[in-house]
Design a protein around this ligand. Structure first.
Ligand SMILES: C[S@@+](CC[C@H](N)C(=O)[O-])C[C@H]1O[C@@H](n2cnc3c(N)ncnc32)[C@H](O)[C@@H]1O
Length: 406
């Protein structure tokens, strides 16, 4: 059974409680498709690692009890310190001494303004337990919530047998109650809650290993294979952020994808069942998703050299580069695909092409798209809003026209 980022480290409590339940048959017949990324490396397949590959953004079935790794030396401490922020959420960090020093020396971290960063509320969602719905309309790229986690912990670690008790003891009564109120699809108490609710935050300063963060509200966000929101760890603020991947209506459920979206339907379902104990019934399927992987421009943006070559090539047609990009756009729209990396490879190239062609309307449209996806992924627009305002100011503007090609 392969689960999250680890396989072969099963313990009696490391399977979701309901994972043995037979999955309901999906109404449509689906063809399993090859994953876009190589399968995760199993720790059990190799010697105990000295460094671990940081997990990509997104949910992971994590915080495994490992039997084969050396005894852990976790340190548990609070960030930011109670003294610096008496009223804010204090994060209980489980890490190694080197990371502790780095994290504490980078602080004090700015306070989180709960009003600025919370456009969702937790409600009961039929068939999913609790979930989050938006309290108002949210444009693409906008901040939905910024939250300091209750706990951050490595997702791969040999946790000691008394881990639950040690962590619970280290936390304040309120934080412990908030953590333990979260959904838990495992038998283990705290490790189970972390595994059910962690979002990948990547490596910590001082420890090149994958970590996950669990938050009181962010961890209530349910999964969709066609999500409308994206998780991001803001290291400077020591906070988790969720941003909109497309415009979200007031009252709409906010969802994020717990698994790689381009992976085949069967594989996504398997991961969700194995790590989170549920079968996804959402609409997003695989019709054309595999083709996104095949389109070179999905992972490799058209290089500027090629764009310049086309822009100055008297024999090339104006639409020579547009066909593949438009095909990709059509597939992404049809498949409800919203990952910024896919859209940005297309949008950035289209801005340049339409600038070269001197097409203000189209250049602006794609610059707005690039700005909002960049904001969703990074928290800033990356300069694309200025391009959207004045595409004529870019170096690409009218290149084909100036070259006497039109
Ligand atoms: C991180 S929690 C999300 C919040 C959770 N629904 C709650 O009540 O706190 C993950 C768990 O939510 C449930 N869940 C998330 N997405 C779901 C979905 N699309 N369909 C059914 N259950 C889902 C599963 O039980 C999963 O283990």
């Amino acid at each position: 059974m392969r689960r999250g980022f680890l396989a072969g480290l099963d313990t009696p409590n490391s399977r979701p409680k309901s994972s043995s339940a037979k999955a309901p048959q999906h109404p449509t017949k689906r063809t399993p498709l090859a994953p876009i990324r190589p399968p995760p490396v199993s720790v059990a397949d190799s010697a105990p690692p000295t460094t671990l590959t940081p997990i990509p953004n997104g949910h992971v079935g994590c915080c495994e009890r490992a039997k084969t790794l050396p005894p852990p030396q976790p340190v548990i401490f609070q960030v930011p310190s109670k003294a610096s922020q008496p009223d804010g959420t204090i994060t209980t960090c489980i890490t190694i001494p080197e990371a502790r020093e780095k994290l504490l020396s980078k602080g004090p971290y700015p306070a989180i303004d709960a009003q600025e960063g919370c456009r969702i509320r937790v409600v009961d969602v039929p068939g999913k337990g609790k979930g989050c719905v938006s309290t108002g309309a949210i444009p693409r790229g906008a901040l939905i919530i910024r939250e300091r986690p209750l706990v951050i912990a490595p997702t791969v670690m040999a946790f000691p047998g008394n881990f639950d008790r040690i962590v619970a003891h280290a936390m304040s009564a309120d934080a412990r109650a908030a953590l333990l109120s979260l959904n838990n699809c495992y038998e283990d108490k705290i490790i189970g809650v972390l595994r059910t609710n962690n979002w990948g935050i990547g490596a910590l300063p001082g420890h090149d290993a994958p970590y996950g963060g669990t938050g009181a509200i962010i961890s209530r966000i349910n999964h969709s294979c066609a999500p409308n929101a994206l998780f991001r760890w803001n290291e400077e603020m020591f906070a988790a952020e969720v941003r909109a991947l497309r415009p979200i209506r007031r009252g709409e459920e906010v969802t994020m994808c717990y698994v790689p979206e381009l992976e085949g339907y069967a594989s996504r379902q398997e991961r969700l069942r194995d790590a989170y104990g549920f079968t996804c019934t959402c609409e997003a399927v695989d019709g054309l998703r595999a083709q996104l992987e095949g389109l070179t421009s999905h992972s490799d943006e058209l290089p500027d050299a090629r764009l310049w070559g086309w822009a100055r090539d008297t024999r090339a047609r104006d639409d020579a580069l547009l066909g593949a990009l438009e095909q990709q756009v059509a597939i992404m729209e049809q498949e409800l695909y919203v990952r910024p990396e896919g859209w940005l490879t297309v949008a950035r190239a289209l801005v340049k092409i339409y600038c070269a062609l001197g097409n203000t309307v189209a250049a602006r449209r794609w610059a707005v798209c690039a700005a909002s996806y960049t904001r969703a992924a990074t928290g800033t627009d990356g300069g694309w809003e200025a391009v959207a305002r004045n595409p004529e100011q870019t170096v690409w503007w009218g290149v084909r026209v100036k070259a006497g090609l039109r």
